[in-house]
Design a protein around this ligand. Structure first.
Ligand SMILES: Nc1ncnc2c1ncn2[C@@H]1O[C@H](COP(=O)(O)OP(=O)(O)OP(=O)(O)O)[C@@H](O)[C@H]1O
Length: 301
């Protein structure tokens, strides 16, 4: 098997003749954490259901761990974890009983279940009924079921919804561990800002089609969006009138400019030659939220 854990080739899924997923090609590699972004109805959940083998594509081929995910006899299925957006948990069962139930469904030994509850930080509540769990605790239990059997591929739909900042941190630590041991993680999320620094790659969907796919750096290059330069001055400029017009005076000790990434150096040289005494420079890159908006706007245009 290649290092592609998941491969989609020209995959289309139609519902009543309308394509929810349209001609999508996608390859997810071992050890990669990929964020799948897109507005409501863009086709993200349908993509995940196709990769899980819960839906059959109308056209195209899908392989997960080298097998067709529709193949229910496939051993590969045991190596796939899924964290749905909402997990139905039975309130009368305890946490440990819930996990044992999912382990049975997945054909896994329950031997490591307590360790798993420890990993997600709810071992102390293992013998309490799930009905009394907080939303964050239920989400942690749902994450534990997705981690059963050390999956090689994990699909997660809005995994951090309802988690407090500390729980989010635990969640991303677990994601990093999984990635470091070579698992592939696909995170479907609207919380783009928190994915910066977590996802190796971003895939953006619109109306069933993939409109962008790359690392944050590559997408930044493609988008060619303006950066903001903030220059802190050690001394106010002697001749403010000589400042090139694109520079804004944000205060006696602060200059600001928005420019294309390739214009940064020239812009800085310009103020250097004016004799500016520079104390500090900040270059603010567009965030993932801005990039996302850019790619959707570009598609509309
Ligand atoms: N079983 C179904 N029958 C008919 N249409 C469906 C079905 N499932 C999804 N769709 C349609 O396919 C499109 C994509 O839906 P999907 O749930 O994949 O979007 P999404 O990107 O996950 O949205 P959200 O962010 O709101 O969860 C939508 O127009 C939806 O109405």
């Amino acid at each position: 098997m290649s290092d592609n854990h998941v491969v989609l080739r020209a995959v289309t899924k139609e519902f009543d003749g309308t394509a929810a997923v349209n001609q999508v090609d996608l390859e997810l590699k071992a050890g990669q954490c990929v964020a799948l972004a897109g507005h409501n109805g863009a086709g993200k959940s349908t993509m995940i259901k196709l990769m899980l083998g819960l839906l059959r594509p109308t056209h195209g081929q899908i392989e997960v761990l080298g097998r067709d995910p529709m193949d229910s006899a496939s051993e590969a299925r045991r190596s796939v974890g899924y964290l749905p957006e909402t997990v139905a948990l039975y309130p009368a069962m305890t946490g440990i009983e819930t996990l044992a139930y999912y382990a049975r469904l997945k054909g896994q030994s329950p031997a490591r279940n307590i360790a798993l509850l420890e990993r997600v930080g709810i071992a102390q509540a293992a013998r309490r009924r799930v009905g009394g769990y907080s939303k964050g605790m239920r989400q942690r239990l749902a994450l534990a079921q997705a981690l059963l059997g050390e999956p090689q591929v994990l699909f997660m739909d809005e995994p951090t919804t309802g988690l407090d900042p500390a729980s989010r941190q635990v969640f991303y630590e677990i994601v990093r561990e999984l990635r470091d041991r070579g698992a592939t993680i696909l995170l479907c999320s609207h919380a783009l800002a928190e994915l910066e620094g977590q996802a190796d790659r971003i895939v953006i969907m619109k109306n069933g089609s993939k409109v962008a796919d790359g690392t944050l750096g590559a997408l930044r290059q493609q988008a060619d969006m303006p950066v903001t330069i903030r220059v802190a001055l050690a001394q106010p400029l002697a001749d403010v009138a000589a400042l090139p017009p694109q520079w804004q005076v944000a205060g006696p000790f602060m200059l600001e400019l928005r420019c294309k990434p390739q214009e940064k150096v020239t812009a800085l040289k310009n103020i250097w030659t004016l004799g500016a005494e520079i104390a500090d420079i900040d270059v603010v890159q567009p965030g993932l939220d801005e990039m996302y908006a850019h790619f959707l706007r570009r598609e509309e245009a």
